[in-house]
Design a binder for this molecule. Structure first.
Ligand code: PLP
Length: 229
């Protein structure tokens, strides 16, 4: 098996190649190493190989790892990519730089309320269910545009873009990534200040190259860096 450093180097090369193919500057795509279920030591190994952004999906596991002596004083940039429930908002606010998985107004309202309470700000993405699979979280595309004004109004939290988990079928995934980009454009059209809406979090180990071709700014790669979970 390859080392984490070797896997990371290979993924970064594939990101560069994918960008070259569609005439994008590689610095416009940020690699998030998805470290859920992995140990602090493995995260440290990736950090020592130059990886800064990490994605976690489970609140309790994340908080434990964040305060691990191997990691706690390092300048890591944490992303919460799991499904976020309202009752967990309190624990992660201030601990992550971006929350990817908000899929309803009530959770964003709770985020806003807590941010105001603690005199902080929080950046988040809305998860959209682009595949229409009932097993997936996320706002329906038509709900997103309909509800957008309510999200824009919330104080102390800033909507920075959209996130999706695509279908396993690569042909469908490509279409869903394109749909997410179109939705972001539509959202910009109704936003009070569209300059904040810069992020498209899409693409995982199986499909990040297609996501880059469709405009991903954040790709979330786990298995291809850390091995099977
Ligand atoms: C686990 C996970 C990933 C990483 O998936 P891989 O297939 O291991 O690259 C990306 N995004 C989300 C939301 C995840 O939960």
């Amino acid at each position: 098996m390859e080392s984490i450093a070797e896997n990371l180097a290979a993924i970064r090369q594939r990101i560069d190649a994918a960008c070259l193919k569609c005439h994008r500057d590689p610095s416009t795509v940020r690699l998030i190493a998805v470290s859920k279920t992995k140990q602090a030591g493995q995260i440290r190994e990736a950090f020592d190989a130059g990886q800064i952004d990490f994605g976690e999906s489970y609140v309790q596991e994340f908080l434990e790892k964040k305060s691990d002596p191997l990691l706690e004083n390092q300048p890591l940039c944490w992303h919460f990519i799991g499904h976020l429930q309202s009752n967990k908002v309190r624990s992660i606010i201030g601990a992550v730089s971006l929350i990817h998985g908000i899929d309803r107004l009530s959770t964003a309202e709770e985020l806003s309320r807590r941010a105001v309470q603690h005199d902080m700000t929080a950046d988040y993405l809305l998860e959209v269910n682009t595949s229409g699979e009932s097993s997936k979280y996320g706002l329906k595309p038509e709900e997103l545009l309909h509800q957008a004004p309510s999200f824009f109004k919330l104080p102390n939290c800033t909507l920075r873009g959209l996130m999706t988990i695509a279908s396993p079928d690569p042909a469908l995934a490509r279409y869903e990534f394109r749909r997410l980009r179109q939705l972001l454009d539509e959202l910009k059209g109704v936003a009070p200040d569209p300059s904040f809406l810069t992020e498209l979090s899409m693409g995982m180990s199986q499909d990040f190259e297609a996501a880059i071709a469709e405009g991903a700014t954040l790709v979330r790669v786990g298995t291809a860096i850390f091995g099977w979970r």
